[in-house]
Every structure is written in C-alpha cells, then in structure tokens.
Design a protein around this ligand. Structure first.
Ligand SMILES: NC(=O)c1ccc[n+]([C@@H]2O[C@H](COP(=O)([O-])OP(=O)(O)OC[C@H]3O[C@@H](n4cnc5c(N)ncnc54)[C@H](O)[C@@H]3O)[C@@H](O)[C@H]2O)c1
Length: 437
C-alpha cells in the first residue's frame, strides 16, 4: 500500500514539475517580417511530398534545400519542383546540415515521429523557425524541451496541425466565437482511422509507425482531434487543460488482421502489439470544461475525428457536420448549410477555390501552409505556437502514464507557465481581420 502511494506521489511530482524558464514567453511574439520565406524540408515521404506540393503554390515561399535519405523520394520531389517551373533545391546529405544552412528561414520536419524533436531542436538552435509534423513530441520531457528551446532561441516551433484549418472547423470556430452555442462546456475529439494495411506494409509508414504499437499503450496520435476543439475552447487564450485520465481497451484488431492477411513466414507474425485498440481519455480545463478524446487506428470503422463542441445554447457534431441550436425542433440536427453565408471563415472565402484544387486533405493543407507563410511574411505571430504543440501532443505520454497506472487521474502540465489567460485582443485573434485576408 505504502509502496503504491510513494510510487504514485513520484509520478505526479514528475508530471507537475515545471522546469525553470530559459527565456521569455513566445506567446504573441511576431515573426520578423520578410518578403520571401526560404524553406528547407526534412523528409519527403508521403506527408513531406504532399506538403511540398502545397507550399510550392504559396506566394512568397521558396524551397531552397531538402534532405531525405531515400533517393526515390528526392527524385520524385525533384521532378515535381522542376515540373512546376521552380529551381531545384539543394540536396543536403543530412538534416543537421540542412538546419545549419545560412539561406534557410523555416524548416519543415516531415519525418517519422522519433526525429521530430531532434530536428526541431537543432533547427531552432541554428536560428530557424520550425514547422513540425504531428505529434510534435511523444514524451513530456520532449514537450518541455521544445518549449524551453523556443523560448531561449526566440524561434517559433509551430506544429502542422492541419485539421484546425478545415472548412468545417474554421466555420465552427466562427460560430463558437459569435456565441451561437452559448457558454462552451464540453468537447469530443478523436482520431479514428483504419490504418491496418498501412501499418503492416513494407514501405512508407509501415516501416516505422507499427513500432509504437509494440511499445506504447495509450493515445499515439492525439492532435488531429484535439487541435480544433482546443481552438473552440480558447485553450491558451483564456483556458488550459488541467488534468487527464485515460483507459485503453485490449488490443485485438491489428494482430487479427495481420494473421488473416500475411503469410505465416512473415516476421511480423511474431510481433506483439501492446497498444489497446481504443484509447479513451478525459480531459478537464481550468474553466471546468470537459473533453473526451479517443484514439483507434486499427479497427474496421469509417474515419472520424468526431469534432463535437457543446455549449449552453447548442451543439455541433461532425461526420456528417450538423448543428443543434436552442429552440430547434426537438431531437433533429440541421446541416450547416444555412449558416454558411454568415459564418464561412474568411480564409476559406478567399482561398477556398485554390485549396480545393490542390486538394490536400480537402483543402485544409493549403489553407494551413499559406496561412503560416503569410504570417511570416507579414511579421505576425503564428496561429499555433510551441505551447499548443506541447499541450496538444502531451495527451500521448499522459495517456500512457495514466493507463499504466490503472487509469490514475494526472495533472496536465502548464507549458505556458501561467500565461494561458486571455491577453486582450489576443483571445479574438483567430477571427480578426488579419486572420481574414
Ligand atoms: N498532418 C497530417 O495530415 C499528416 C498526414 C500523414 C502523416 N503525418 C505525419 O507526417 C510525418 C511523416 O509521415 P509520412 O506519412 O510522410 O511517413 P513516410 O514514411 O511516408 O515518410 C517519412 C519520410 O521521412 C524520411 N526520413 C527517414 N529518416 C530521415 C532522416 N534521418 N532525415 C530525413 N528524412 C528521413 C523517409 O525516407 C521518408 O521519406 C509523421 O510525423 C506523420 O505523423 C501527418
């Protein structure tokens, strides 16, 4: 009994410990304005190549260098860049060298998860802003490393959480900000995506993304669902996550799929997957809101991020998008169509056509990338900063700890070190005019 109590105390103390700050906050800190943003890419695989194509179409973006150890990926990217009439970027022999180049302003990190933090830290140490794929980090120590390095080097670390920029998500953000849903009380978010075939493939993500299923048990991919809900809830602009508790189901579907589809001599047949098929976490915020966060990437089931936001005057729920406002006919959702004229987000009004033509994840990728490059060119603060990257990634390790500790409720680190409260106009910045054009 005593042993358990001591162990629990140590776990909680470790999570609650806030390391001393190494620099001033990066909240609200603007980029230094520049006409042309010179970009280096680390990782040109499925995601890196997709993002590269979007960035090529953004005004003021110039891709100057890249690195990927896979020559076929570099060849594919080269053909794409020259085909689009752009000069061929320099091919670096490693990611450190790419970060060290004098002619790079912004480094995109589109690699397997274990390289996100080393690349992001080195890029910032070399004086570059960094845009890192999701999740930014997979341990709490690494979340803090990103925060501390960003504050000390005065460089931004932006996590590329494209789902925040979906047409539906930005319209719902407008609806929430306009007060249609009343006082926001609850959200539900998820990453439910059947990745069994991809996880077991002998190429692409199959080469690295199955490994965490052998080693970890929790929410391996929290940010796609949580990011948009965090925006609806004004997280870090007046609220913050304060605690988390998590539970995992047993693992079953990935091993069953493997055994049904791979020959008996395939070495993957010997693998043991620890990660529960469904992980459910409950988060609470400082203002008393609740969030249900789910993760399931191995079960046969249609894709969903749930994307539900509940207020005192109504609720929105996605997949398919529908809304219920106080006074509406009882028990009947309505589509969002009748609200589009008034609440479509200005970014989608202006860039929606181009975004849809390029098509990355229904256009959200172009909106995110063009918006990031636009904020740099104009010398504005980023929409998503290092505190968002850390807090949206943290349910990964926190859920693992909670599950391992018999679903113990855990404190949620305050990566902002107390600066999560609304700072005047900042709380409305995401629908302000500057966000609009
Ligand atoms: N935001 C999104 O919608 C989205 C979608 C898919 C993937 N992702 C994220 O993007 C990242 C990459 O995923 P992916 O699907 O492109 O995987 P992938 O396996 O297709 O590509 C990874 C690439 O990284 C390269 N790489 C490996 N080691 C490297 C090194 N040392 N230096 C440089 N490059 C190296 C590989 O050669 C490969 O080309 C992951 O973090 C993933 O979670 C995000």
């Amino acid at each position: 009994m005593n042993e358990i109590a001591t162990h629990t105390k140590e776990t909680l103390a470790k999570i609650e410990a806030t390391p001393p700050a190494q620099g001033a906050t990066m909240k609200g800190v603007p980029f230094e304005a520049r006409d042309v943003v010179r970009i280096g890419f680390i990782g040109l695989g499925g995601r890196g190549f997709g993002v590269l194509k979007e960035v090529l179409a953004v005004e003021g973006a110039r891709i100057v260098a890249w690195h990927d150890p896979n020559e076929a990926q570099v060849r594919q990217a080269s053909e794409c860049v020259t085909g689009a009439g752009h000069p061929l970027p320099a091919s670096e022999t490693d990611w450190r060298g790419l970060c060290e180049r004098a002619d790079v302003d912004l480094v995109y990190v589109c690699t397997p998860w274990d390289l996100h933090v080393p690349c992001a830290l080195h890029a910032m140490e070399c004086g570059k802003h960094v845009a890192v794929e999701v999740p930014a980090a997979t341990t709490l120590a690494d979340c803090w490393r990103l925060v501390d390095t960003s504050e000390r080097t005065r460089r931004h670390c932006v996590m590329l959480e494209n789902c925040c920029y979906g047409a539906t998500e930005l319209m719902v953000l407008n609806i929430v900000r306009a007060g249609l849903l009343g006082t926001i009380t609850h959200g539900e978010a998820a990453y439910i995506h059947d990745l069994r075939e991809i996880l077991l493939a002998d190429r692409g993500e199959g080469l690295w993304r199955r490994e965490p299923h052998k080693l970890r048990n929790g929410n391996l991919y929290p940010t796609h669902g949580l990011g948009p809900v965090a925006w609806y809830m004004n997280i870090h602009q007046g609220d913050r996550f304060t605690r988390l508790v998590s539970m995992s189901s047993l693992p079953a579907a990935l091993a069953e799929y493997r055994d049904a589809n791979l020959p008996s001599e395939d070495p993957k047949r010997g693998e043991i997957y620890r990660c529960g098929d469904m992980n459910v976490s409950l988060l609470q915020t400082a203002l008393g809101r609740t969030v249900v966060l789910q993760h399931d990437v191995v079960t046969p089931r249609p894709y969903s991020r749930i994307n539900l936001i509940q207020g005192s005057q109504g609720a929105f729920c996605d997949y398919p998008p529908r809304i219920f406002l106080n006074g509406q006919k009882e028990h009947e959702w309505k589509s969002l169509d009748h609200l589009k004229a008034d609440y479509e987000h200005p970014l989608w009004k202006k860039y929606g056509e181009t975004a849809l033509k390029l098509g990355g994840h229904g256009g959200m990728d172009f909106i995110m990338n063009s918006r990031l490059i636009q904020t740099i060119r104009r010398g504005q603060p980023p929409d998503m900063d290092v505190y968002d990257a850390a807090a949206w990634s943290a349910p990964g390790p926190l859920s693992e700890i909670s599950v391992a500790e018999n679903s113990m409720p855990l404190p949620f680190p305050d990566f902002t070190r107390g600066r999560w409260k609304a700072e005047g106009a900042a709380s409305k910045s995401r629908i302000s005019k500057t966000f609009a054009d």
